[in-house]
Design a binder for this molecule. Structure first.
Ligand SMILES: Nc1ncnc2c1ncn2[C@@H]1O[C@H](COP(=O)(O)OP(=O)(O)OP(=O)(O)O)[C@@H](O)[C@H]1O
Ligand SMILES: [Mg+2]
Length: 268
């Protein structure tokens, strides 16, 4: 299995030896024939239990890529592989969209167990698991509140709990910590990392915040402006929890920013 294409630094480590839970192979996509494509021959791998982050300019195709990875959209060319097989990603992959899709008429707890209900899993079990996650995510006591009664940060935590409770192995998270103040965001990054570690999930993440990408990811993939192709792949071989102001973190952040600017400068 080839590693992510691109001119960036390639992994020296163990990550590259692990079986990819998710891979895109030469994926191209256009919404209509003759329209400017959105994705151009994107190949990447997301190793099992790793955290891979996509960064790229607004409108380049990050959300489209996630929607292809979870099977909502079908690629115009190329393939999506789950553990090396071209199977339907639905059922294996959970997608948390950029926009809040909580159901306003359901309580927080009822929102959290939605996937269990749709999948026909025992509801009492799912609720017990949800209560535990409410505790861990600082939402205890809000089980019976409606989404409209929660703050933006609480709604995001609830949407994340719901995504974890899908019991899918691979989670696609589209800017899940957007629109939060810096302090709340840093705290949310930390508990998201802890839950990811505790539950052993594989994450493909999208963010506009390069510092966030460095604090959280094993690997950062930089996309060009539309049509998106991979400009660079940057490995982040730092132990966790990470210090966002360490020399190496700052250096990696500057490296990713340089690749982002380069993509713009080339106009490609
Ligand atoms: N349903 C659609 N039909 C036609 N074009 C679309 C559709 N959805 C998105 N696009 C276009 O595809 C391109 C990529 O959109 P996408 O939402 O994937 O970008 P993005 O990288 O997620 O942007 P952002 O960072 O702003 O969320 C954009 O130019 C957008 O206008
Ligand atoms: Mg998007």
């Amino acid at each position: 299995m080839p590693l992510a294409m691109g001119k960036g630094r390639f992994p020296k480590s163990d990550l590259s030896l692990e079986e990819p839970a998710l891979a895109l192979e030469g994926v191209s996509f256009a919404f209509r024939e003759g329209a400017l494509p959105v994705l151009e021959e994107v190949s990447l791998v997301v190793p099992e239990k790793s955290w891979v982050t996509l960064v790229g300019p607004s409108g380049c195709g990050k959300t489209t890529l996630l929607r292809i990875a979870c099977g909502i959209l079908r690629p115009t060319a190329g393939r999506v592989l789950i553990h090396g097989k071209a199977v339907d990603p639905r059922g294996k992959v959970a997608y948390m969209p950029q926009a809040d899709t909580l159901l306003p008429w359901r309580t927080a707890l009822a929102n959290a167990v939605l996937a269990a209900e749709v999948d026909g899993r025992p509801l009492a079990e799912a609720k017990a698991e949800a209560r535990e996650l409410f505790q861990r995510f600082g939402l205890a006591g809000f089980e019976d509140a409606y989404p409209g009664e929660l703050s933006g940060g609480m709604r995001q935590r609830l949407a994340l709990i719901r995504t974890f409770l899908t019991h899918r192995e691979v989670l696609l998270l589209d800017e899940p910590l957007g629109a939060l103040d810096a302090l709340t965001r840093a705290a949310m990054q930390d508990w998201l990392r802890q839950v990811w570690e505790a539950l052993g999930k594989t994450i493909l993440f999208v963010t506009h915040d390069v510092e966030e990408a460095v604090v959280l990811s094993d690997r950062i993939i930089v996309l060009s402006p539309r049509p998106a192709h991979i400009t660079a792949t940057v490995e982040v071989p730092l132990p966790r929890p990470r210090n966002r102001t360490s020399g190496e973190a700052v250096r990696l952040r500057a490296e990713v920013l340089r690749w982002l600017e380069k993509g713009d400068a080339n106009g490609d």
